[in-house]
Design a binder for this molecule. Structure first.
Ligand SMILES: Cc1ncc(COP(=O)(O)O)c(C=O)c1O
Length: 387
């Protein structure tokens, strides 16, 4: 087998948030860590090789973004997403979360409205509230175990004077890959009310076989105000290296974003993230295809296991991401009790759904980016604990 995702890789004592942060977050190290969104798999060999080559040079000084790095972004998105990006549109940035915060500062003034669609990755909320902007919630609707956008409500938020919509596409944690029809509807509303859209596409490459992800940026027309965040971090399991890119076709918006980073003097990279980023986007295709096959089999295993053995927990079938959104309302526990039950009785550390917004109450987020045996053992423990 060319890529063996079943090989266990001990991650304890590597300063890993997911493993070494268990005591702090769960009050015990005796839980299988299925929380923080990174994976327990070795990165593609092309990434390790690029890092090793860089290590062979013993000086780790201030580092430029080489043209070949930009080209790797252009080629990846053309090859994988049929999206033609121009060189000038790309702005390198630290992790994606700083870009969420920067976008709030660049495109809404203090007190102005920013729309967020819960349940959603929690920094979407803090990016707005920490910066004293007005949080406008446009909750997703759950329809027959699948999530949809509430467009009428989105339009009413836009009408209220919102300046920015923070879109998570594909969506963490509900796993939706938005259809072209849904994205066009978002664009229609944005055009009508002059909304800027921050499109967080960090999960764009983690798409299951039955779905096709469309980059919102690909649908842009002149006058649209769309900022896209991208990164190989989730895709290739290098989030600790902390480098991402923004794609901003509009020059004025690009300048506004750049200004926020310049105000903080954020812009330097490091020699390792640059080579890892470029290697992943240049040579990582085959590894990624194999990864998605593995994750899809795990996802389907969980769905089948729950249905047969633990029907009170329902999986919202993800169309993307290695994050499963588990509907645990059938267990009839409050959120604190639910968390305690999984930590103490099942010895599994997951993210409580409530941290993704009130609509996440009764849910848990399970990270399946690990050797399948770990997931099998956790499911078995949950089954026994419920008996
Ligand atoms: C939607 C989304 N955006 C951003 C991030 C984190 O990005 P970064 O680590 O590059 O700041 C995550 C991580 O889980 C995420 O799910």
């Amino acid at each position: 087998m060319k890529f063996d995702f079943d090989v266990p890789i001990p991650r304890e004592n590597t300063n890993s948030v997911k493993f070494d942060g268990r005591q702090q977050y769960f009050g015990t190290t005796d839980v299988s860590p299925l929380w923080v969104a990174d994976m327990d798999f070795a990165v593609p060999e092309c990434v390790t090789r690029a890092l090793q080559e860089r290590l062979n040079h013993p000086v780790f000084g201030y580092t430029l973004y080489p043209e070949s790095l930009y080209q790797s972004v252009i080629d990846w998105f053309e090859r994988r997403h049929h999206w033609k990006i121009e060189r000038d549109w790309i702005l390198m940035a630290p992790g994606v979360v700083p870009s969420l915060y920067a976008a709030v500062q660049a495109f809404a003034k203090e007190g102005e409205g920013v729309i967020v669609q819960p349940p959603v990755y929690f920094p979407f909320f803090s990016a707005v509230t920490t910066n004293n902007r007005k949080l406008l919630l446009n909750p997703l609707r759950e329809v027959n175990g699948r999530y949809e956008m509430d467009f009428a409500h989105l339009e009413s938020c836009a009408k209220e004077g919102a300046k920015l919509l923070m879109l998570c596409t594909p969506h963490n944690p509900v796993g939706r890959v938005w259809s072209e029809h849904e994205l066009q509807e978002v664009l229609r509303i944005a055009r009508k009310y002059h909304l800027t859209i921050l499109s967080d596409d960090i999960h764009a490459d983690l798409i299951y076989s039955e779905s096709t992800h469309i980059m919102l940026g690909r649908l842009v027309q002149a006058g649209d105000k769309i900022i896209t965040t991208i990164a190989p971090n989730k895709t290739f399991n290098i989030p600790g290296l902390g480098l991402s890119a923004l794609v901003i076709p509009d020059a004025t918006q690009r300048k506004a974003m750049k200004q926020v980073f310049e105000n903080l003097n954020v812009g330097n990279s490091n020699p390792f993230s640059v080579v890892a980023f470029e290697a992943a986007y240049s040579e990582g295709d085959e590894w990624l295809n194999a990864l998605m096959t593995y994750l899809e089999a795990t996802r389907d295993y969980v769905a089948d296991y729950l249905q047969k053995n633990i029907p009170k927990i329902k999986m919202v079938k993800p169309e993307a991401t290695y994050l499963l959104w588990l509907d645990c309302r059938g267990l009839e526990m409050g959120d604190a009790q639910l968390r305690d039950f999984f930590v103490k009785k099942c010895k599994v550390g997951m993210n409580p759904g409530i941290v993704f917004g009130e609509v996440g109450s009764g849910f848990m987020r399970m990270n399946i980016g690990t050797q399948r045996i770990n997931i099998q053992e956790v499911l078995e423990r949950i089954k026994v604990a419920l008996q």
